[in-house]
Design a protein around this ligand. Structure first.
Ligand code: ACO
Length: 430
């Protein structure tokens, strides 16, 4: 890749480390042999400065606010692709031909039903169970109900597991909602596209025909695309970490769903709407909340603001804000929460605290507002994020298993700071 090296001096000894250069000129010092040759490990709390892998899926330039899937800008993908086409691109690396796309969609449609026995799993959850907990549990249970496609090293198993995962996740997500509101499950329909089908499974009832609003279908399609991949984020890294033990795709994705749920990651969309509603209910005065977010002695943060990688406006947030405007205009909607969100953004972006730290709205800041307009309950927001992120998780899991040099189990080291060796004290003397 590059013949450049970097030099490091430890005591009296000099060491050379290879430098790798990515497609866009990004540079990385290869430390894979560092401990073997020096005896030292590197330490990087939160992996803020650690490249965990080579990857050809998504490019992000956080300083410039650039996001590309397989080389195509997110703006162009959002405008010209649909979600299943984007999933194909992310997973297999190229835009599909017409025939390839049709076959891909047919394969997904073929697998959208759940084993009937799985319905009893939903029935066992209490009505107030969070749908993210249900989603991760039921996706994990796919490993029980689909035992014929568990082996990542078997190409047929891998392909079958990919179709099943893409096909069954919307069904599981919608069933988890239906279970929580006590309505009958609505089975998937193969004549509908991915987003129409999901909305029907969410909002349809057996007693009436349901036709999804085409604007909401488009908005959902766009939101899923915008969430589809984002490099080595917390949930994707989790999928890779778990998958690196060679466990099956369902178990790896189930772990990714758990990682996504947290409020610092995908759970921020639900937390953000809760925050906006709280501010709104308290009269919409922003000062107190901005002050709390800036107070170093207060844990409070503006949800939907800030990003580990973006030190500029998140390009996804820009597109989502535009969709909010478009939907409101077309449907003549008024939304005081959207107005409040825009006001909050304006105030924060002119405040030196946020400017100096380069804190901008992220993908979660406006997405919840669209979901609310579509009638999707808050608890389902992060489930929708998971549905969107699924192709990215699959693409990374597949890329890792097919890596030319083979796959290594992920196993970081640590710097031990606990007690030095000490003598055991028997229970009676403690
Ligand atoms: N509100 C107020 N201050 C913030 C915020 C925020 N939302 N985000 C970061 N800061 C401040 C921190 O307090 C810190 O200040 P300091 O330098 O004075 O200590 C500084 O900005 C840097 O923040 P870090 O926490 O070090 O940044 P990190 O990269 O670790 O965290 C994160 C990124 C988790 C996204 C953070 O910005 C955050 O908590 N945001 C709110 C939650 C959120 O929206 N998460 C969704 C992220 S996008 C996604 O996962 C899809």
């Amino acid at each position: 890749m590059s013949t450049e090296t970097s030099k490091i001096t430890l005591g009296d000894e000099n060491f050379e480390l290879p430098i790798l250069v990515g497609t866009e000129g990004e540079r990385a010092i290869d430390i894979s042999k560092f401990r073997g040759s020096t005896g030292y490990i590197t330490l990087d709390d939160g992996y803020a400065n650690t490249g965990a892998t080579l990857s050809g899926i998504t490019y992000i330039d956080g300083e410039k606010g650039v996001l590309r899937y397989r080389g195509y800008s997110i703006e162009e993908i959002a405008e010209r692709c649909d979600y299943t086409e984007t999933a194909y691109l992310l997973i297999y690396g190229e835009l599909p031909s017409g025939d390839e796309l049709e076959e891909f969609r047919r394969n997904i449609r073929m697998h959208s039903l759940l084993h009937e026995g799985m319905k009893t799993i939903f029935a066992g959850f209490p009505p107030d169970a969070h749908p993210m907990a249900i989603l991760s549990s039921v996706v994990g249970a796919l490993a029980i109900y689909c035992p014929d496609a568990l082996e990542p090293s078997n190409p047929q198993h891998m392909e079958l597991a990919i179709y099943r995962m893409l096909a069954k996740m919307p069904t599981i997500a919608a069933f988890s909602y239906k279970q929580s509101i006590g309505q009958p499950f609505i089975y998937p329909r193969n004549d509908l596209n991915y987003c129409q089908n999901f909305l029907r499974m969410m909002f349809g009832v057996p007693s009436e025909e349901y036709v999804a609003d085409p604007d909401f279908v488009d908005a959902l399609n766009l939101l899923l695309i915008l969430h589809a991949d984002h490099g080595q984020n917390c949930s994707t890294s989790t999928v890779r970490m778990v998958g690196s033990s060679t466990v099956n795709l369902y178990s790896s994705v189930s772990a990714g769903i758990c990682a996504l749920w947290g409020a610092l990651h995908g759970g921020a969309n639900e937390a953000c709407i809760n925050m906006l509603e709280e501010i709104h209910a308290a009269g919409g005065r922003l000062g107190k909340y901005i002050d709390r977010a800036k107070d170093p002695n207060d844990d409070y943060r503006l949800m939907g603001f800030g990003h580990r990688v973006y030190k500029n406006y998140d390009p996804r947030a820009k597109i989502i804000k535009e969709i909010c405007h478009r939907l409101m205009k077309k449907h003549g909607m008024e939304n005081s929460i959207f107005e409040l969100a825009q006001e909050l953004e304006e105030v924060a972006l002119s405040d030196s605290y946020f400017i100096e730290r380069k804190l901008y709205p992220n993908v979660d800041f406006y997405s919840g507002i669209i979901y609310s307009l579509m009638g999707i309950p808050k608890q389902m927001f992060t489930v929708l994020f998971a549905l969107g992120r699924l192709p990215g998780w699959i693409a990374h899991w597949r890329e890792m298993h097919l890596a030319p040099g083979g796959m290594k189990i992920h196993r970081p080291r640590q710097l031990y700071t606990g007690s030095a060796q000490r003598k055991f004290v028997p229970l009676i003397k403690r």
